[in-house]
Design a protein around this ligand. Structure first.
Ligand SMILES: [Zn+2]
Length: 494
């Protein structure tokens, strides 16, 4: 099955949508072409079998040679020879010509369109320079022979009307452009040929497994009438593709980030600094330069992230659902609450659970605050949906990490009044032998115990003041070293 796309001027848009996809509704917002995830997504490509829902996919795209037979959209039993290359050359110029199509002036717009989907999702598109005269719309992709997505073009119905059509993923995903429209929208240079690029990205959306959606109050790329008021995939379009192929971090070289060992690295978390992922897309619209989207794609998806601390820090983690409210196919959706996400923090072994947060309902932030990480090393944050076999539909989120220094600014100043004096000794005496949160109260060695080692720190710093001249405060790293040495000295006299 394929999907034919027509161009309508915006005043006719709603009528056109109703005509094109009457009765098309979905429990998800976006409309999967095959009804379910696995029945909609690619199963076999030039790279082999593609796994299951939420797994990433690698796809190649190629141009069929002119003369290759392309099926007519109104009657696929009839074909016409592709005039795609000649017509694009006539419109955009042939550049140096020759067989290397990457040198054509028009090539870049196809490259940009496929790259955009690749930058936003678990889909990786790569140009395949080979193709053959095998009839368009048939045959699986084969490396160095033809692409998974074969692009051709024929004159379909003059300027306007039909712009293009595309086979769904389960029918090979090939794309056909109405070359008559190179005298119209497809040659409009506005916004870096946004009309052409949006048509390519819309068709690619069909080729990935989405059918038309219809929103009455938001603008999406997969709506039946092409819209050039925005650039590329929008929120609901991206939800559909993440549901089918996951977010961009599911395609890391080693595999999906389902375990601590395969965690997506967020880098070093310094005391006094923050890290964040999933910062793009807080509403239904997506800007052309936004790329930072993460999601839990379905009930089996786990997302692990790693971060490294080099000094003892107090950690704050927060998991914020991302979404928007809009109407699809007559049904109101709030994509902030499609899945009830939970947050967990794991130790450096990737297995030991240090803390978690799962009690809030869908749509509400989950957070872990003031968690003491006393040892340098790599830690792991895990995001997942509810533990249930019920089907879960993609949920976007944002993950924020912040760290503050755990080491007291003035060692021995247990009561934090800015001076190491008898009052600190009193606190140490009262707490001596007890367990406290690391670096709190009279524990300045950070071992979570109030011991003789803390007393000796007090003794060594007695009389010092916060910011005091000669009795200056050690740098945090030095202070930590000092604290470690103090532990190493063992028990001291009371
Ligand atoms: Zn379409």
């Amino acid at each position: 099955m394929h999907r034919t796309d027509r161009q309508f001027v915006r005043p006719l848009r709603l009528a056109a949508v109703a005509l094109a996809i009457a009765g098309s509704t979905s429990a998800y917002g976006f409309v999967p072409a095959g009804g379910t995830d696995d029945a909609s997504r690619w199963q076999l490509t030039a790279a082999g079998t593609t796994g299951q829902s939420g797994d990433p996919v690698r796809l190649t795209w190629s141009f069929v040679p002119d003369g290759t037979l392309v099926r007519r959209p109104e009657n696929t039993a009839n074909t016409a020879p592709s005039d795609f290359i000649a017509t694009f050359d006539a419109t955009f110029g042939a550049g140096p010509g020759g067989s290397d199509l990457t040198q054509r002036p028009w090539f870049t717009y196809f490259q940009q369109a496929f790259d955009r989907w690749s930058a936003l999702s678990g889909v990786t598109y790569t140009y395949e320079s080979h193709d053959s005269t095998l009839t368009h719309g048939a045959g699986v992709g084969l490396t160095n022979i033809r692409g998974d997505v074969r692009i051709g073009g024929i004159g379909m119905d003059g300027i306007g009307g039909t712009l293009a059509y595309n086979y769904f993923a389960t029918d090979g995903g090939d794309m056909a452009i109405d070359t008559d429209d190179l005298a119209g929208l497809l040659a409009d240079s506005s916004n870096n040929y946004r009309g052409l690029r949006n048509v390519i990205m819309h068709e690619a959306g069909h080729g990935l497994g989405l059918d038309h959606s219809s929103s009455g109050d938001a603008n999406f790329l997969l709506e039946a009438s092409i819209d050039t008021s925005f650039d590329g995939p929008q929120h609901d379009d991206l939800r559909g593709i993440h549901w089918l192929y996951g977010d961009v971090f599911e395609k890391a070289p080693a595999g999906r980030n389902e375990t601590a060992a395969l965690a997506t690295p967020l880098g070093a978390l310094q005391a006094g600094s923050m890290l964040a992922i999933g910062t793009s897309g807080s509403g239904s619209a997506i800007g052309p330069n936004e790329t930072d989207f993460v999601s839990i794609s379905n009930e089996s998806d786990l997302d692990f992230f790693s971060f490294t601390v080099n000094t003892p820090v107090s950690l704050d983690l927060s998991l914020t659902p991302r979404g928007a409210s809009y109407n699809q196919g007559g049904t109101p959706f709030n994509t902030l609450t499609t899945s009830d996400l939970s947050l967990a923090l794991f130790a450096s072994d990737g297995v030991t659970l240090l803390a978690d947060s799962a009690s809030n309902p869908a749509g509400v932030v989950e957070s872990i605050t003031d968690f003491a990480l006393t040892q340098p090393g790599t830690y792991y944050a895990r995001v997942r949906g509810p533990v249930t076999t019920a089907e879960q539909v993609v949920q976007f989120y944002r993950l924020d990490l912040a760290a503050t220094d755990l080491i007291p600014a003035l060692l021995g100043d247990f009561n934090a009044d800015g001076v190491v004096d008898a009052g600190d000794y009193t606190l140490w005496r009262d707490e001596s032998g007890s367990s406290v949160s690391p670096y709190s109260g009279a524990d300045h060695t950070g071992d979570g115990q109030v011991t003789a080692a803390d007393y000796s720190l007090w003794q060594a710093h007695y009389g010092e003041t916060l910011g005091g001249g000669a009795a200056s405060v050690p740098e945090p790293a030095a202070a930590w070293l000092l604290a470690t040495l103090a532990i190493g000295c063992g028990r001291l006299r009371r």
